[in-house]
Design a protein around this ligand. Structure first.
Ligand SMILES: NC(=O)C1=CN([C@@H]2O[C@H](COP(=O)(O)OP(=O)(O)OC[C@H]3O[C@@H](n4cnc5c(N)ncnc54)[C@H](O)[C@@H]3O)[C@@H](O)[C@H]2O)[C@@H](O)CC1
Ligand SMILES: Nc1ncnc2c1ncn2[C@@H]1O[C@H](COP(=O)(O)OP(=O)(O)O)[C@@H](O)[C@H]1O
Ligand SMILES: [K+]
Length: 463
């Protein structure tokens, strides 16, 4: 499990540790890790041209001390301050003592640029002086962010205005949620964690890894039969959107339930059977429902009355009543994309996209449900445990029908007995992995995602 911690939590852990260690120890550890990463990214340290963008706080201090280490190894290191009157004094002395220099403008050429403008003390977007330096980063230079790319909100991943776009982020002590959640995540590049010895409490966000998913996947045992494995009911598709039903069934068949039942118009049922003859047709007992993809009518109400887990997606999300969901005795899982989430919250779509973490938390609170918010970083929140951030996926997934496959898959996992948050986060993980496999750099269509799910399943189970 990759875990991430809010600024408040990191600061508290740092205070606690600093009280027990000689002054400057933590910054020395951070700078050593940063310098080692930079050295690894350069073909040769000796003679390399390194530029440090230096802000007024300790993030600038990290960059200066790391620059001093690199200068001692023969690199040409130039520090460019955001505010010439405010640079970490110890860091500046160390850099100058090691032969580095200070300049008022960003040199036109560099092999590597260290972004030490802002760390976890950054608030709001980059102010003009900082933004002007970022604009001048020489093309072709490798950009390494200290702790996090300046301009990214550490707690949420939000970016207001300009922000550094790093190739590598060397983060200190703990991952911050903003490094895992877009748009911040896409500014961070590859993230490396430097251990500075912090003792941390429960995380604020977490991202499953292969081993975590493998541990959650349902697996039949010797005593299993198809009913014990769980039956998932799919209420989806309409004369207008028959394909949504086929795709949801395609996802559900690969999700670990013992059987998939389709409930809907006869013509749609025939389309489902033509592609998947193993589907059961018509009402019957199920261990979980999926309702919504391509629905176009009011079949949702009956499903919500059933005291089994229900996943509500797409058309099923329209006009949902928070009270009705809160009154349910079994878990509910909502899987909106940003547009649907915006309608559920009564805000604009841009607001959801700019503040994904706040949006998913607000939805879970308001509807008393587990919420999987789709998009470039899929988030899962049940209102209590840490938010789960999905680390897999590819922008190629932004293709019609891929969400239907996801809802079938997650519903199947619910029927197999996973909790709402586990079903949602495991489904998002496998779906994203399958899409990466199926796309491998070329357009993909939703059916291929479903077809790649068994391979993704095997991948996560391979140690
Ligand atoms: N506290 C510790 O023990 C450690 C801290 N470390 C480093 O210290 C960083 C935090 O240092 P600070 O608390 O000094 O904070 P920062 O260095 O992140 O920035 C704070 C300064 O930036 C200014 N500022 C804030 N938002 C701005 C904006 N949008 N545009 C322009 N200027 C802005 C503030 O006025 C303040 O002077 C961490 O991110 C990490 O890099 C590491 O050295 C590890 C140990
Ligand atoms: N930019 C993106 N990067 C990665 N994944 C994306 C992106 N945009 C959408 N997705 C994923 O693609 C799927 C699209 O689902 P959805 O919007 O419901 O489409 P549809 O309704 O056509 O099935 C979701 O799994 C979502 O997380
Ligand atoms: K930074």
């Amino acid at each position: 499990m990759r875990t991430a911690y809010s600024v408040e939590t990191v600061r508290a852990a740092e205070r606690e540790l600093m009280a027990r260690l000689p002054e400057g120890t933590l910054m020395r550890r951070a700078a050593a890790g940063l310098a080692a990463s930079c050295a690894g990214l350069l073909r040769r340290v000796y003679g390399a041209r390194i530029v440090l963008l230096v802000g007024p706080g300790d993030n600038g201090g990290d960059a200066l001390y790391a620059g001093a280490r690199l200068a001692r190894r023969g690199a040409g290191v130039t520090a460019v301050p955001m505010d010439p009157g405010r640079m970490h004094p110890g860091g500046l002395a160390a850099l100058l003592g090691a032969g580095g220099r200070v300049a008022s403008a960003v040199p036109g050429r560099a092999d590597l640029v260290v972004d030490g403008l802002l760390g976890i003390g950054g608030r709001g977007g980059l102010r003009p002086a900082a933004a002007a330096l970022v604009e001048r980063i020489p093309p072709g230079a490798v950009v390494v962010a200290a702790d996090l790319p300046s301009g990214v909100d550490a707690d949420t991943g939000e970016v207001v205005g300009a922000a550094v776009r790093a190739d590598v982020t060397v983060t200190f002590g703990a991952y911050k949620p903003g490094l895992l959640i877009d748009p911040g995540a896409s500014r961070a590049g590859a993230v490396r964690l430097v251990d500075i010895g912090l003792t941390l409490p429960a995380p604020d966000a977490q991202a499953l890894q292969h081993a975590d998913v493998a541990g959650l996947l349902p697996e039949p045992g010797a005593a299993s039969d198809k009913y014990r494995r769980g039956v998932v009911g799919i209420v989806a598709g309409s004369a207008r959107y028959p394909g949504a039903a086929v795709l949801a069934v395609a996802g559900a068949l690969r999700g670990g339930a013992g059987a998939v039942r389709y409930v809907g118009p006869a013509a749609v049922g025939e389309a489902v059977l033509a592609r998947y003859p193993e589907t059961l047709i018509g009402r019957g007992r199920v261990q979980a429902w999926v309702v919504g993809p391509g629905l176009g009518d009011e079949r949702r109400a009956q499903v919500l009355e059933d005291p089994v887990p229900v996943l509500v997606d797409a058309d099923g999300l329209r006009g949902l009543d928070p009270q009705a969901l809160r009154a349910r005795t079994a878990p509910t899982l909502l899987t909106p994309h940003a547009g649907e989430a915006a309608a559920l919250l009564g805000v604009g779509r841009e607001e959801v996209e700019a503040g994904r973490l706040a949006s998913v938390r607000a939805l879970a609170q308001r509807y008393g449900a587990t919420v999987l918010l789709k998009g470039s970083t899929t988030l899962v929140c049940d209102g209590t445990a840490p938010v789960r951030v999905n680390p897999t996926g590819t922008p190629w997934l932004a293709t019609a029908g891929s969400g239907d496959v996801l809802s079938g898959l997650a519903g199947s996992l619910l029927a197999a007995g996973l909790s709402g948050p586990d079903a949602a986060s495991v489904a998002a993980y496998l779906h994203g992995l399958a899409a990466r496999r199926a796309a491998s750099g070329a357009p993909l269509h939703a059916h291929e995602v479903a077809e790649a799910l068994p391979a993704a399943w095997r991948d996560v189970r391979t140690p």
